[in-house]
Design a protein around this ligand. Sequence first.
Ligand SMILES: NC(=O)c1ccc[n+]([C@@H]2O[C@H](COP(=O)([O-])OP(=O)(O)OC[C@H]3O[C@@H](n4cnc5c(N)ncnc54)[C@H](OP(=O)(O)O)[C@@H]3O)[C@@H](O)[C@H]2O)c1
Length: 299
Amino acid sequence: MSRAVRYSEHGDVEVLRVVDVEDPQASTGQVRVAVRAAGLNPYDAKARRAVYGERKLPSGQGAEFAGVVDQVGGDVTTVSVGDEVLGWTSFAAQAEYAVVKADRVAPKPAELSWAVAGGIGLVGNTALRSTRSLNLGPADTVLVSAAAGGVGLLAVQFARATGATVVATASSANHEFLRSLGAIPVAYGDGQLERLRDASPRGYTAMLDNHGRESVLLGLELGIRPERINSIADSDELGIQNVGGGGKTAEELDWLAQSVASGELVFPILETFPLDRVQDAYRLLETGHGLGKIVLTIP
Ligand SMILES: NC(=O)c1ccc[n+]([C@@H]2O[C@H](COP(=O)([O-])OP(=O)(O)OC[C@H]3O[C@@H](n4cnc5c(N)ncnc54)[C@H](OP(=O)(O)O)[C@@H]3O)[C@@H](O)[C@H]2O)c1
């Protein structure tokens, strides 16, 4: 038997349990990974609260992990027992063992901590796709909302890499960090519109929204054309784009991991929690604030 996060009813963090489950086994084409770290995402919390509708219960949780391969199924030639990897799954990463197809893992660079390796997959994929959707370049001034969150802080870096000027909204405690990434930080809240106008007197040409409707409306009020606004947290009702995560590949995961290992990409961890403290970890996530990623670890 091994331990895994489960919930048997929809609701607040209190429905989360760490329970004993049968050890999953790797079938043909699959690998089993002894998980050392698994990231948290707001998506998990929304699914648990049935924001996307009722799930089949009981449900596991967690979309991304890092760990050590401890079993390989038949026909697997690319991965061996003992390999350190990071990978992705669906509602199953927050557990002592995760079983996935062998092409859903990439090698973990030795320099990367378990927490970073286990937390970068989903937000990295989302930030890459959303940033690319706008075809940004040096002539752009792009507004990035919720810029200190898991997706936002990567979107800031990908946008800066295109040569665009980046104005980034966050709580003032996170401004120094955003400045270090080359962004112009602006506090959200009362008076935000004026502050954003002051931060870029020539205006804005694009927006990467990671917050939702309220921020998208600000972008429109600043004169950004709807088709140059991409939101991962609002619908397309306003004529904006909604390119979010999807189409993950092991090559992309490998590239993200290598980029952090080489120092090209910065990926801070807000806090790690042992698996047993999964409720506390989501309590922190659901405050909706904080710089960087929250990760569950299994020693
Ligand atoms: N569509 C997709 O594929 C996809 C994929 C991933 C995530 N998402 C969604 O994208 C959103 C962000 O995800 P995440 O993982 O980056 O979340 P996160 O790490 O929890 O970060 C949330 C950020 O929101 C900021 N924030 C809170 N109130 C704000 C306000 N009034 N205005 C502007 N920013 C505010 C916080 O900034 P401070 O800490 O500075 O206060 C915090 O850093 C979530 O809604 C998530 O569900 C969608």
